[in-house]
Write a protein of this length. Structure first.
Lengths: 328, 355, 439
């Protein structure tokens, strides 16, 4: 066990998987010589060479397609998008090719590949560099979509993604790369498709994913002081979502708040709410509330950005509301 | 070989993917064909022609639904190019894929069944006209997004180089593709990294209803390759032997030097863009069509063969009868093939992962 | 457009309502929200409001009539509108064709579609069900007449609260919700479930249920309600006052001696005679032979006297049923038997419950007079002191007479001062003229 950063956890996963399987290679902008725009691929070029750690021109659509072609003929590409905002340019390859190839070909061409990169907002990166993409991608049958929130989950789930014979979208976060946590040395897998209760509680369920998990734990800490015990459910995987873990929690607590960094309309939270109302209807003592980004493109000014983002205070207010407590 | 950063290439250990090398077919020296090859070319093109004609009929009768893009008039492009390939080479193409699929070796039964949406289709009824796939012949589809498959071709080239084998991939596309971003990105990387891809533009002059001159700033579109310093050429696409010669050279370059080539094969489609499109009278005149039909590629090859005394009317008729019977058999087979089982709706969305 | 006036379910458990009084006449103009009538439910008198505008064209039931919930009891329509069909429906069908919600659960399910769009989303669980578990199949809403549904739809409650209420047998309609908009939520139901049940009669009521012929229930008038409320506020749960009278016992003593001379079987005690006299007086003063029931007063037509008996560690009150109709010998025998068995602790519950009025006698202990505590829900109790010879003035001259002081404790919610006094007047007459007891 070591305490390492989320970044280093990803680095370890990449290294170990590339050592384990010759077919695995990393491709993207600045992944090789630059050592990775966010240093996730530090040291990999030196170890594996330029055939396996490949710098590309600025061609998201192009190199995503290259990954698809390589996967079609048996390699296992890890395609890095410098941020998922740029992946919009490649969405045709992710959605129309990678996600659908197995199905369209009648089962002949599986897509054992990974698309990964930082997702969502950081600090003052403004409108075009701050979007959360999970609800777009989780909409597509044929993709798996994961959002590890801790270094432990990052390493274990990236390994699982690389070993998965399906196209897996890995949504990381610039704000997560420096966070630290305990990670086992060596090989282990965190399964895709399993949520995790990161904090137990019986008063209210708080569902979160990605960087909002850290926020959720802060919310739980704050409310603990008032004797309110919040159960934090980390989705970890958006598609396929672990409905049973969510439902078991809400059946226990009878109320839920869903936290996400994306926008409201057709966000991941909307799907969680649908699962909860369907599977826990008779256990609900209050409507399910959501906390999310304000319905605006992300502004630049620090104060505006802070207001636009979901935060601990907004989440606490929502929890108090579903518990019918006066807002403190 | 070097990708160009100055860091020498270290060949990866390939224990996980030892692949049997198929013995190379005797490579003709850039365009030479012999009589059996010519006969085989004629057979293939006529098969495609009769097959596509029956498709038009099937579509009109409702056996085929959705989009259906016919290859009639363009047979020489696919046939000439694909006839040069080894079994372990790859083909990837657009949604106008029936002809190339048959040329590559997918059976008429498998293709017709797929068009009819039956379980014996090459894609088990899940793909349809635009998504013919066959792993056995390394036929990588059948893609619906204009230009979407070109980066995929580059990726296959990358994988070939990654493994250190000498396979090649032929990437067919229409001339409208050269205006897309995907084309640009894909060719740039193929040239930059020196990948064994032969990009073949089947320039049938019309991107759906838009003539080339209205869509592209240059008209000799093979010159797009200049932007990537890529070897390039323009070929008469109605003469299968000319196509063969040009593609043979490109394949040789790819296989031995891992350098890509851009070929513009000038051809013409005798039908509309798809079954929903008028044959003529809207964006092209009947006269123009009739003019081009004089250079029917089947007639062009037949003329070559007649010159050499390799075929005559009777032979042609007999061949035609035989092929029509094959196509009829395909139709009957497809008709009798069951619709996919309802459970298959949910199959092949994901692979059950064991690792 | 005509509006049917329904006998509405004004409480969740109501099955029929008694129309106490119409407040609008046929021909009156009414607006939606106007009070049409007072209706007595199973719990209280409620106001029935109009649900439409127009003229109250027809009242189909009269003051005092009882109708089942859901039946049509009136019609509001335009002055010239033809309402024959509605009248026919009302009288022919014998009530609305739709079923009334009979249980607390039904308004809750009717409320669900009215307040939330659950039917639309609930219709989809069949398609693309997640492999994890089967979604619950929604119950179709039970048909409820429009007016009753409107009333029921106001009953907001969370699904969890409804479920807990159903499981614990708690009536949602009796709960005040603390959620937004009055939503009943889990803590409301749990609080209600943990409280002792309200408005249940104490165990002194005979388990063999009294039949309706044995009593009549008087609805509380406004004056009664006000007195009850104000006096209870000033004095405690039962606003009690006390009336004392000193009765002359000479003639009773003579009668008693005379009876004793007839033989052992004719021996009666003073208490027996007092019981008989009290019972007879109560028969003539039913307003004192009554129970307070919270929203009504139950006047009993029969007189069952609870006779307080001291036992080792307390007090028990065996009952002499129909004491006013029994002869003194029978009364005496019963009282003797009950007292003995009371002291031996051999009384069955039937024998010490069901009294309509109680008497407590501490005369044997030399108590001149005392005030007894009323045995709720009884409205009165008579405290009997000792019989003492004392000088009194009779027709201007001092004489020595045996006298008895009795004190009547009255629940002022039921018995006013004058009523109590009148009762005591009658009691005096009977005691001081005991031959009246024979008649």
């Amino acid at each position: 066990m070591s305490v390492i950063t989320y970044r280093d956890a990803l680095n370890q996963a990449l290294r170990e998987e590339m050592q384990r399987d010759d077919r695995v290679f990393l491709m993207g902008e600045e992944v090789a010589v630059y050592q990775g725009a966010y240093k996730v691929s530090k040291g990999l070029l030196q170890e594996f060479g330029e055939m396996r750690v490949v710098d590309t021109p600025i061609t998201e659509l192009g190199f995503a397609g290259v990954g698809v072609g390589a996967a079609m003929v048996g390699l296992r590409p890890v395609i890095e998008f410098m941020t998922w905002n740029f992946a919009l340019l490649a969405i045709d390859q992710v959605v129309n090719a990678a996600a659908k190839m197995l199905y369209m070909s009648g089962g002949q061409y599986p897509m054992p590949m990974v698309f990964r990169g930082p997702n969502g907002a950081a600090l003052q990166l403004a409108a075009q560099h701050s979007q959360a993409w999970e609800s777009w991608l989780a909409h597509i049958p044929g993709l798996k979509v994961i959002t590890p929130a801790t270094p432990y989950d990052a390493k274990g789930m990236l390994k699982a993604a690389i070993r998965d014979d399906n196209p897996v979208v890995v949504l990381e976060g610039e704000m997560l790369y420096n966070t630290k946590g305990e990670v086992p040395d060596g090989d282990y897998i965190v399964p895709i498709g399993k949520a995790e209760v990161k904090r137990e509680g019986e008063h209210c369920t708080l569902v979160a994913h990605g960087k909002t998990v850290l926020m959720a734990l802060q919310v739980a800490d704050a409310l603990e002081k008032e004797g309110i015990r919040v159960e934090v459910v980390d989705l970890r995987t958006i598609r396929p979502m672990d409905v049973e873990t969510i439902a078991a929690s809400v059946r226990k607590t009878n109320r839920a708040v869903v936290l996400e960094e994306g926008w409201e309309v057709c966000g991941v939270g909307a799907q969680v709410v649908d699962y909860v109302q369907r599977h826990c209807f008779d256990h609900l003592d209050a409507p399910i509330l959501r906390v999310h980004q304000e319905d605006v493109p992300m502004p630049y000014a620090k104060n505006l950005e802070r207001t636009a983002k979901p935060d601990v205070a907004k989440t606490i207010a929502a929890i108090r509301q579903v518990m019918y407590l006066p807002t403190a | 070989m070097c990708l160009g950063h100055g860091v020498p290439l270290r060949r990866p250990t390939l224990s996980a993917m030892a692949k049997k090398k198929t013995p190379p077919r005797s490579e003709p020296s850039f365009g030479e064909t012999d009589a059996p090859t010519r006969a085989s070319l004629l057979h293939s093109m006529l098969l495609q022609r009769r097959f596509e004609e029956r498709c038009a009929e099937a579509y009109a009768l409702g056996r085929i639904g959705g989009f259906c893009h016919l290859y009639i008039g363009q047979e020489a492009c696919g046939t000439g190019a694909i006839s040069l390939l080894r079994d372990d080479d790859y083909v990837i193409t657009t949604y106008r894929d029936h002809g190339q699929a048959l040329a590559r070796g997918l059976t008429p039964r498998a293709v017709m069944s797929e068009l009819f949406g039956r379980s014996d289709g090459c894609s088990r009824g899940k793909g349809g006209s635009m998504h013919l796939f066959d792993r056995n012949t390394n036929f990588l589809g059948g893609h619906g997004i204009v230009g979407g498959h070109v980066p995929i071709a580059t990726g296959v080239g990358f994988a070939i180089k990654y493994r250190g084998t000498d396979q090649v991939i032929l990437c067919f596309m229409g001339e409208s593709v050269v205006n897309t971003g995907a084309f640009h990105e894909a060719l740039n990387m193929a040239a930059l990294w020196k990948l064994p891809v032969v990009y073949i533009i089947e320039n049938n002059r019309y991107g759906m209803g838009t003539a080339l001159e209205r869509a592209s700033a240059i008209h000799d579109i093979y010159q797009r390759g200049a932007a990537y310093d890529m070897p390039r050429a323009q070929v008469d696409g109605q003469d299968v032997l000319m196509v063969r010669a040009a593609v043979a050279e490109a394949i040789h370059r790819a296989r031995t030097q891992s350098i890509p080539t851009l070929l513009e094969v000038r051809t013409y489609r005798f039908m509309g863009h798809s079954m929903s499109d008028a044959v003529s009278g809207t964006y092209r005149t009947k006269q123009e069509l009739e003019e081009y039909m004089k250079r029917d590629p089947i007639h062009v090859l037949r003329a070559h063969m007649e010159e050499r005394g390799e075929i005559d009317d009777a032979g042609m008729t007999a061949l035609d009868e035989e092929i029509k019977a094959v196509v009829q058999d395909a139709w009957d087979f497809a008709e009798a093939s069951p619709e996919p089982a309802l459970e298959s709706l949910w199959e092949d969305v994901m692979v059950e992962t064991t690792t | 457009m005509a509006t049917k006036v329904f006998m509405e379910a004004l409480s969740p458990t109501m099955e029929e309502g008694r129309l106490v009084k119409w407040l609008k006449n046929e021909g009156d103009a009414v607006k939606s929200g106007d009070i049409l009538a007072e209706v007595e439910t199973d719990k209280a008198i409620m106001e029935l409001v109009a649900r439409g505008d127009g003229i109250l064209r027809r009242r189909l039931t009269g003051d005092g009539d009882t109708s089942p919930v859901g039946s049509i009891i009136g019609v509001i329509a335009a002055a010239d509108e033809n309402i024959d069909a509605l009248i026919a429906e009302a009288s022919g069908g014998g009530g609305a064709s739709t079923a009334a919600p009979a249980t607390a659960a039904a308004p809750a399910t009717a409320a669900a579609p009215a307040t939330a769009a659950t039917p639309a989303t609930a219709a989809t669980p069949a398609a693309a069900a997640t492999p994890a578990s089967q979604p619950p199949v929604p119950r179709p809403p039970s048909p409820v007449p429009a007016a009753a549904a409107a009333a029921a739809a106001d009953l907001r409650s969370s699904p969890l609260a409804r479920r807990i209420a159903a499981e614990r047998g708690v009536e949602l309609g009796a709960i005040q919700g603390s959620g937004p908009g009055g939503r009943i939520i889990k803590r409301d139901v749990e609080a209600a479930a943990s409280q002792p049940p309200v408005s249940r009669l104490p165990s002194s009521v005979s388990p063999t249920a009294a039949s309706a012929a044995d009593y009549q229930d008087l609805p509380l008038s406004q004056i009664r309600k006000t007195i009850a409320r104000r006096l209870a506020e000033s004095i405690g749960p039962i606003p009690t006052f006390y009336l004392t009278a000193e009765l002359d016992m000479e003639r009773v003593a003579e009668m008693r001696s005379a009876m004793a001379e007839l033989g052992d079987g004719f021996k009666v005690s003073f208490n027996d005679i007092i019981i008989k006299a009290v019972a007879s007086a109560l028969a003539q003063h039913p307003e004192c032979n009554a129970h307070w029931q919270g929203d009504s007063i139950r006047q009993w037509h029969r007189v069952h006297i609870g006779m307080a008996v001291a036992i080792d560690d307390g007090l028990i009150t065996p009952v002499i049923f129909d004491a006013d109709r029994k002869g003194l010998r029978q009364l005496a025998a019963e009282s003797r038997d009950l007292a003995k068995r009371a002291r031996d602790r051999k009384l069955t519950p039937n024998e010490y419950t069901g009294s309509t009025f109680s008497i407590s006698n501490l005369g044997m202990f030399g108590i001149d007079q005392f005030t007894a505590i009323i045995n709720p829900p009884e409205a009165g109790i008579l405290a009997v002191g000792s019989i003492e010879a004392k000088p009194v003035v009779i027709e201007g001259a001092v004489a020595v007479r045996r006298r008895l002081r009795v004190t009547l404790s009255c629940d002022h919610r039921v018995i006013d001062g004058a009523a109590g006094a009148r009762f005591l007047q009658t009691l005096r007459r009977l005691i001081e003229n005991p031959l009246l007891l024979v008649y």
